[in-house]
Structure formats: structure tokens, C-alpha cells
Design a protein around this ligand. Structure first.
Ligand code: FES
Ligand code: FE2
Length: 436
């Protein structure tokens, strides 16, 4: 590796350089070195269930068509026409037999192959090599119905990329053989840097303050004690860190927030199935709290899409259990939207904080003093039962330090050869797999 260009987080003191939120050159580099290399969550199987279905999505800032072709295979293709660069698809989703560019009608198959060029013989004299002019394709892989893609042919497999974080993600995404169903997305744009939103979604420190009224209303509905700092600081729960991903998790039933031993949205019936699929400990004894996947996936299924150094688009999907009745799914989707949708109780509390943190790097004084994410320094360890680097508290700023360390690793690397992966150690009991 060349000399380390970025050294933005001091792991000894927790000092973080806020320049990384504002600098346009750093942002441009992130689009190549982070979003050009990482596996990015871009959709869900349930958004494109049938052959011919497509869903328009983004990898970083780049527009992408996600499609299911006639063979059932899922494709991710840059939505830029190979002729003059017009957007081929201009709707959010739909079903079609082929993609026709509205500018001069070059026509692509569901897998991105160039199928037809107007005037191929008469105007181009038969010189067009259609095999070379398909839409640019990304590598695609799925985990339990979640669709990921990467532009980097050298990237490790999705399984290695998620690593032992999957052991925890299964608690939410892999409980049922019928899988999950995504509703949405709600979309909205706010004036923040994308990293602020990601690091915040595993920040429980702000919850009893920024979200005092929302949290109290929610716990009152659940019949649980008020979520004051007093309650939260004493609450048990842990966090694990793998490859820059973060998961907070709770032992059941004693650490459950709502008193439901199976966790929110779970029933005795799907609980039995979860034990079969995930084994006793994961199916019966643990609940997933917040999580973030490096670089830009947070909470249940939310994508943080960069739109500029201080502009970010949010896509919020509600995840439901595919085995549930439509009524139950609707109730879950509405509840998720009320909490974290565009006008959700928690969302409106967060935006102003994120905007101010993001813009702090514009000021010389702020760059001089830096930010401090020093809570819990030195308090991680490895464990025989729980994979990853473990923190015995879930209210901690370990997540920030791991996240920005991962950001440095991506930004300082010349290629994937320079980006380390944590060794995979987890034992996956039960029948659930990457395929669901
Ligand atoms: S730009 Fe697409 S056909 Fe010309
Ligand atoms: Fe928040």
C-alpha cells in the first residue's frame, strides 16, 4: 500500500476530523474508492418477483436498473445508454420485454445485451459490434432476498463481505423460509453528509434526548418503562463489529425492550420455525437491535444514497414477514413508516442534528478542535459464543470508530488487495443459508 493518505480517526483518543463531511474532493474519491468497490444493498427480491420486472435504484450516485430476466436471473446494470449516455429507464419500476432508450431507440434486453440499433445496416454500414455495447453490468449477489451489487470484479464474495455479521443479521432477515417482503420506498432528500446518517443509526447515546417524546410515546404504547437515560444506560445488550458492519443485539427475554420474549413482530408460530432455521441460541435467545452495513445500509432496510458532500437521499423500506397476512404486513409497514418514514417521529428529530454535524467541517475552528467519538475506548473483546469484536454495551461509540476505520481502509487502498477482511469464525446452526 502507498503511504496512508487518510488518517481521520485517532483510535487512541476518538478524535475525528470533520473535513470528511464537506470536502468535495474527498467526496469524489469516496464515490470511486468506497461506492465503486463495496457490495451495496440495491433492492429486494420482492420488488422484482416476476420475469420482466425491473426496479430503478442507485449504486452511490450512479443510476442502476435492477431487473429479473426471462431465466429468473437478477441483473444490475448502469442506466446509461451506450450510444450517447441518455438514461434508458426513466420510471421507478415496471415490467417490460426490453429496455428502449428514449433518445434514439437503441434497445437492450432484460440482461442488458444490446439487441437492436435503428439503421444498423443503412446508417452504420453494419459496423456496430453489438456484443461489445451492452449496458455496463455490476456483479450481483443475494442474501436472504436482499439484493447486493458491486462494480469491482476483484471484490470478495458477498458471503465473505458480510462475514460473521450474517450470524446476527439472520436474526431479522432469515427467520422464516418464506423470507421477508419489502414495502416502499419512501424517498426524501436532506442536507447532510451520508456518513452522518450511517454512523448515527447505531448511536444509542442520543436516543433518550433527541427522541425523548417519540421514545416515550412508543414505550407507553408497548406498556414498557419510559426510555429515559437512566433506563437506557443500565440496559444490557451488546454490539458486534465485523468488516465495518455493526450490529446491536439483546439477550432474551431479560433484555427485551417491549417485554415480548420473541421480539417485536414475532409470534409463537414463527418463533418455532426460527429455532429450526437458526438453532436454539439465535432462534430463541437473541434479538437484533440496530445494525448498519458498511457503507450505506442502516436499520431494517434503509439505503442512504449520497447526492453530494452535503446532500443525501434516504430510501426507507418497511420489512415485513412474507408469511404474515396482508393485514399484519400493512400494520407493520405503517408502524415502520410512522417511526422512520419521511415524516416519522424519529426521523424529524434526527435531521437537524445530522445537518449541523455534517456542516461542522466547513469551519476552521471545528476542524481545529475536531469531533470526539471516544466513548468505550478499549472496551472490545472477542468471545467464544458471539462472533466479531464484541462490546458489552450497546450504548457506545465503538461503532463510530470501527466505521471510520473501515472508511480509512477503503480510502487508503489501491485495490481490494489492500482491504482486510475479518476471519470468519461463526458456527451457523440450523438450516438457514445465504440463499434464505
Ligand atoms: S442515447 Fe440512447 S439511443 Fe442515443
Ligand atoms: Fe436518531
Amino acid at each position: 500500500m502507498k503511504t496512508k493518505k487518510y488518517n481521520v480517526i485517532d483510535q487512541e483518543t476518538g478524535r475525528l476530523d470533520p473535513t470528511i463531511y464537506c470536502d468535495p474532493d474527498i467526496y469524489k474519491e469516496e464515490m470511486e474508492k468506497v461506492f465503486g468497490r463495496a457490495w451495496l444493498l440495491i433492492g429486494h427480491d420482492s420488488l422484482i418477483p416476476k420475469p420482466g420486472d425491473f426496479f430503478h435504484t442507485y449504486m452511490g450516485e450512479q443510476p442502476v436498473i435492477l431487473s429479473r430476466d426471462k431465466t429468473g436471473q437478477v441483473n444490475a446494470m448502469l442506466n446509461i445508454c451506450r450510444h450517447r449516455g441518455a438514461r434508458v429507464v426513466r420510471t421507478d419500476d415496471g415490467n417490460c420485454k426490453s429496455f428502449v432508450c428514449p433518445y434514439h431507440a437503441w434497445t437492450y434486453g432484460l440482461d442488458g445485451k444490446l439487441e437492436w440499433v435503428p439503421g444498423e445496416e443503412e446508417l452504420y454500414d453494419g459496423t456496430i459490434d453489438r456484443a461489445q455495447l451492452g449496458l455496463k453490468r455490476a456483479r450481483v449477489a443475494t442474501y436472504a432476498g436482499l439484493i447486493f451489487a458491486t462494480w469491482d470484479q476483484q471484490a470478495p464474495s458477498l458471503e465473505e463481505y458480510l462475514g460473521d455479521a450474517r450470524w446476527y443479521l439472520d436474526l431479522e432477515f432469515n427467520r422464516s423460509a418464506q423470507g421477508t417482503k419489502a414495502f416502499g420506498p419512501h424517498k426524501w432528500v436532506i442536507p447532510i453528509n451520508w456518513k452522518t446518517a450511517v454512523d448515527n443509526c447505531s448511536d444509542w447515546y442520543h436516543v433518550p434526548y433527541s427522541h425523548a417524546s417519540a421514545a416515550n410515546a412508543l414505550t407507553r404504547i408497548m406498556g414498557a418503562p419510559r426510555m429515559t437515560s437512566d433506563v437506557l444506560w443500565k440496559k444490557k445488550g451488546r454490539a458486534a463489529f465485523v468488516n465495518g458492519h455493526q450490529v446491536a443485539f439483546f439477550r432474551l427475554p431479560e433484555d427485551s425492550f417491549d417485554g415480548n420474549p420473541y421480539g417485536v413482530d414475532s409470534t409463537a408460530e414463527n418463533h418455532r420455525e426460527a429455532i429450526e432455521r437458526l438453532g436454539e441460541l439465535r432462534g430463541d435467545g437473541l434479538m437484533l437491535g440496530t445494525h448498519s452495513l458498511f457503507p450505506n445500509t442502516v436499520l431494517g432496510f434503509r439505503i442512504v444514497i449520497p447526492r453530494g458532500p452535503n446532500e443525501t437521499e434516504f430510501w426507507h423500506f418497511s420489512m415485513t414477514n412474507a408469511a404474515d397476512t396482508p393485514d399484519k404486513q400493512r400494520a407493520v409497514a405503517l408502524e415502520h413508516a410512522a417511526q422512520n418514514g419521511a415524516g416519522g417521529h424519529f426521523e424529524s428529530d434526527d435531521i437537524d442534528n445530522w445537518s449541523q454535524v455534517s456542516s461542522s467541517g466547513k469551519y476552521a475552528g471545528a476542524r481545529e478542535i475536531g469531533q470526539y467519538v471516544n466513548m468505550g475506548i478499549g472496551n472490545t473483546h472477542t468471545d467464544d459464543v458471539f462472533p466479531g469484536q464484541i462490546s458489552d454495551r450497546f450504548v457506545t461509540e465503538q461503532n463510530h470508530r470501527f466505521f471510520y476505520n473501515r472508511w480509512e481502509e477503503f480510502m487508503n487502498a489501491d485495490s481490494w488487495d489492500d482491504i482486510p477482511l475479518d476471519p470468519m469464525k461463526a458456527t451457523f446452526e440450523g438450516t438457514a443459508s445465504m440463499d434464505g
